[in-house]
Design a protein around this ligand. Structure first.
Ligand SMILES: NC(=O)c1ccc[n+]([C@@H]2O[C@H](COP(=O)([O-])OP(=O)(O)OC[C@H]3O[C@@H](n4cnc5c(N)ncnc54)[C@H](OP(=O)(O)O)[C@@H]3O)[C@@H](O)[C@H]2O)c1
Length: 269
């Protein structure tokens, strides 16, 4: 299988590249400002906001599968328009598309979100991820769209934030709940979906919901760090406009995939 990982220099993209190359696939990974740096993977520079460049690269690589991960938190053109450009280019060559979406497109509520729940974004990032989904589904109804949550693992920015908060240099919210997932589990799930015919939205996150502050305590325990300095507050008190309680119900993915989606308590035990 020939795989094009758009955003191959990112945290998840690089893991997908590693595992795809390890499985013997022919892999091309794209980067924008960074680099891919994975043995056996061909790196190519790409700006997803440049539709002509995206089409040209996809037409040249002729992938069987495109995995689309790029986003920039505060850049609509990358997150929304870029996703549409990748979906269009993939459709032009008849490639299978796995698009990465986010729990951040939900507004937050006490009950878990099902796979097909419509977006209810509360900020520009959530709105851009929602717009990306709408574009991808319109362009390619056969695409798999993976809604995921905080991605953990070696080098995770979520773990780094916890370490910073434990050192008193950042703050973690007690009222922001998520269902973290391991980067390796997510990469395996993405590659499984690439080889399947699953179409539409799928929650792919861990089974345990924790607040950011609880995640900080789990990180402290796991790495033997002193938790007494952990700085916490509420998102409300901090005046941050982000969805508070977003729990993804990933039972459909758990039943569908061979990959076991481990919970954060197991991951950081
Ligand atoms: N990280 C999380 O906790 C989390 C949670 C929920 C959902 N997600 C979703 O999961 C996906 C992967 O997240 P991640 O944490 O792996 O992201 P990441 O590490 O921040 O990587 C983002 C990728 O996007 C690329 N990119 C940025 N601007 C670009 C542009 N103009 N053209 C082409 N590529 C561009 C970056 O390339 P360069 O680095 O080379 O510039 C990088 O490869 C995203 O779609 C995100 O919305 C992530």
């Amino acid at each position: 299988m020939r795989v094009l990982v758009v955003g191959g220099s990112g945290f998840l993209g690089r893991e997908v590249c590693r595992r795809a190359a390890g499985a013997g696939f022919s892999v091309v990974g794209t980067y924008h400002c960074g680099s891919v740096g994975v043995s056996g993977v061909v790196g190519r520079r790409l700006d997803v906001t440049d539709r002509a460049a995206v089409r040209a690269l996809v037409a040249e690589v002729r992938p069987d599968t495109v995995v689309a991960t790029p986003y920039r938190y505060d850049d609509w053109a990358v997150t929304a328009d870029g996703a549409a450009n990748v979906a269009l280019a993939a459709a032009e060559v008849g490639a299978r598309l796995v698009h990465l979406s986010s729990d951040a497109l939900h507004g937050g509520r006490p009950t878990p979100y099902a796979d097909d729940d419509p977006p209810s974004p509360v900020n520009a990032y959530g709105a851009a991820k929602a717009a990306a989904e709408t574009a991808v589904r319109a362009i390619d109804p056969g695409a798999a769209l993976v809604r995921t949550s905080l991605i953990l693992g070696e080098g995770s920015k979520q773990i780094e934030l916890c370490r910073e908060a434990l050192a008193g240099r950042a703050v973690l919210f007690t009222d922001e709940f998520r269902c973290p997932i391991d980067v390796g589990d997510l990469a395996d799930a993405v590659l499984e979906l690439a080889s399947s015919s699953y179409a539409g939205l799928l929650n792919v996150a861990g089974p345990d919901a924790v607040s950011r502050a609880e995640l900080g305590l789990l990180v402290a325990e796991r790495f033997g760090l002193d938790a007494t300095g952990l700085k916490t507050t509420t998102a409300t008190a901090a005046g941050v406009v982000r969805p508070s309680d977003v729990r993804l119900d990933s039972s459909r993915a758990a039943g569908l995939l061979r990959t076991r989606l481990r919970g954060v308590r197991e991951l950081l035990a």
